[in-house]
Design a protein around this ligand. Sequence first.
Ligand code: UVW
Length: 343
Amino acid sequence: MNSVVKSKRWKIRPESSTWGDWGENDQLGRLNLIDQKKVLQGIAEVKVGKTFCLSLPLDYPGGQVINKVRFPPMLKPVIRNDAPYFNYLWNQVDEKHVDIGSDDVVLLHTQYSTQWDSLAHRGKLFDVMGDGSPQPVYYNGFRVDEDVIMDSETHETKAKALGIEHMAEHGVQGRGVLVDLFSEFGEFPRKEVGYDDLMRIMEKDGVEIEKGDILCLWTGLDQMIMRMKGNPDDSITKACAVLDGFDPKLLNWIIDSEVAAIASDNLAVEAVGKKVTPESNGTNLPIHELCLFRLGVHLGELWHLAELATWLKQNNRSRFLLTAPPLRLTGAVGSPLTPIATV
Ligand code: UVW
């Protein structure tokens, strides 16, 4: 346990965390590792100028099969002069007009489909002051209710610290490195991938990951989602590889590899619905705890990696330029995005 006092918000930082490494008010975490050199390394991977859209349609997967509380986007018209402004014929105002106008509003669950989790998405009760009284905190010791707030009456929310806009302001452009788990494990049965499996596949495929790279894990779940055309059945909740967050060697590798961020085409990068164990650090989502809370590694979920992965495999490559900013949506704890890979 590191007990160097570096911050007003904490005296003790969690083990293996990066808190304070980039300043006491840092809100970017390991995105700090994506610097100008890393952008140039990403650009150096552009050889043929082909681009891939790495987003699902934002109304996919469809329904609430994989998450009961997140809904597809709902589009409605804006109201103008007490009426919906949609397919509006302007000749109603002046017969000389030939214009037609439409304008919409969206109710958008920020984490329904292709998304980034911000560092305010998951925190933890942790004894940051070392006084035996655990506090509810997020990355770098930012506080529940002081820094990440919800109005008790209106339920309006705002991450005053760690909001997703910091990620957008960084730009999020660098070198992506794809690991193809689908070719190894297919759709069924679901495989929980630990350190040994990951290292074996990376070695077999000649994949090398360096400090500051964005790791993209392709599991094939995106293909199933696309095949189901917005009407998924329960099988997608049990399909395709997930990382085994209960493998301490895998967690150590995430720490030591210094990846800047991790994205996958599955629901949560790691398995969901597990039980807390004595070894799991008080959480049933150990990769979320390590990445979002301790290291400041943003997690991307439900990305659409299939076409990119297929092309990379055909061309014996694993690296590409990745451009993946979220929406600059002030105070949000997650965001949809349209990541673009260029090869
Ligand atoms: C889960 O749905 C468990 O993951 P996340 O909340 O990160 O989307």
